[in-house]
Each structure stands twice: as C-alpha cells, then as structure tokens.
Design a protein around this ligand. Structure first.
Ligand SMILES: Cc1cc2nc3c(=O)[nH]c(=O)nc-3n(C[C@H](O)[C@H](O)[C@H](O)COP(=O)(O)O)c2cc1C
Length: 188
C-alpha cells in the first residue's frame, strides 16, 4: 500500500508523552504542514501558542485558578491534578481560532479550518517520529484561561496539543468498518 495512505490510516494519539519533543526547527516544519489546512477565503483563522519548560508550570497555575473559578471547593488532589496537567508532555501547543468577519465565511467554517490545522500538527508531528494528543476540557472554554493566554475577544481555543515522544506501546487502533459511516444518496 502507498506508505502515505498507510500513515494516514494509522495515526494514533498518545496520552503518555515524554521528552524529547519537537525542537523549534522541527516545530516550524510541523506548522508549515498545519498552515496547509483548508481555509475558505484564505482567512488564516488560526494561531498557535507554544509552551515549553517552565511555561508549563506557570500555565498549570492558570489551570488551577480556572478550576477554582468553576469549583471553589475543589480539593487539594483536584487542584494538584489541574496544576500538573501541562506537565504531561514536554511541549504544549495551543491552537487558537482567530475568527474574522467575512460575508461568505461563517465562524463555524473558520473553527473547522483551525481544527484541520490542529490535525495537521498531530499528523506532521507523527511524520517526524513524535506523538501527541488533542485535549480540551473545561479550561479550553474558560475566560480565565483565555485572558492568561492573551486571547482576543474574537478568539477561541480549539485544542491543547500535547506533543512529545510516545511512552510505552501504541494503543491498538480501533477496528472501524467504513460501511458503518458511508451511505449512498439516493438510497438504493
Ligand atoms: C476537539 C477534541 C477535544 C478532545 N479533548 C480531549 C480531552 O480533553 N481529553 C482526552 O483525553 N481526549 C480528548 N480528545 C480525544 C483524543 O484527542 C483522542 O482523539 C482520543 O483519545 C482517541 O484517540 P485516537 O485519536 O488515537 O483514536 C479530544 C479530541 C478532540 C477532537
């Protein structure tokens, strides 16, 4: 089989990620791939925020504050979990949808474009031999987090991409039948 096709068919997230992560040169190559996401009217409705090293610890504090805002009674274990969340990978890339006003391109299309860019990051990272996982959760939608990351009013978080080197074996790929997801129109 064509090796690119096989590669596309085998993308697999990794929840457990260790160093090394893509360095800045590799990350630039990854982003060049992400920037090829389909993009109606070429609005480029995305941007990426890189967090490495100690920035992840500072961001963990933001996540703890975000948790406390939502759940003022959160216990120490929950707070520590939130604080440590960004340490689950050596590199975090926040994918931001930067929504523009355009007569023919509604916000949903721009969000989809930014989502395609996020997928492009994961694919390109895997192509370089790294691994990653797309996460969101309540913090992605929390104004506390948006403010801390410097998002503008017309920006949204599409993904927290955790990137690094897969720890342990890859999880098995799900056995999905194409026929379950495909139909003909009109129905035969
Ligand atoms: C928009 C979006 C948000 C997600 N948020 C989370 C998340 O917060 N936590 C999580 O464990 N997985 C999350 N996932 C799912 C994982 O990225 C991944 O797809 C899932 O673990 C299945 O693994 P696979 O993609 O390798 O099949 C999210 C996926 C998408 C597309």
């Amino acid at each position: 089989m064509n090796s690119i096709l096989e590669f596309l068919q085998q993308r697999n997230s990794a929840a457990r990620l260790a160093a090394p992560a893509p360095d800045d040169t590799e990350l630039a190559e990854i982003l060049r791939a992400a920037l090829r996401a389909p993009d109606h009217a070429w609005l480029r409705p995305w941007r990426f925020i890189r967090l490495r090293g100690e920035a992840r610890e500072a961001f963990g504090e933001v996540l703890e504050q975000s948790l406390l805002q939502r759940e003022p009674g959160a216990d120490q274990a929950a707070r520590a979990k939130a604080r440590r969340a960004p340490l689950r990978a050596p590199l975090l890339l926040v994918v931001v949808a930067s929504l523009k006003t355009h007569p023919k391109v509604p916000a949903v299309e721009q969000r989809l474009s930014a989502g395609c860019a996020a997928h492009g990051v994961l694919m390109a990272a895997e192509a370089q031999g790294y691994a990653g996982i797309w996460r969101t959760g309540a913090p992605a939608f929390d104004p506390v987090v948006h403010r801390a990351l410097g998002l503008a009013a017309d920006e949204e978080i599409v993904a927290f991409l955790y990137l690094g080197t897969r720890e342990g074996d890859a999880k098995p790929l799900p056995d999905l039948a194409v026929a379950d997801f495909l139909s003909d129109w009109p129905a035969p």
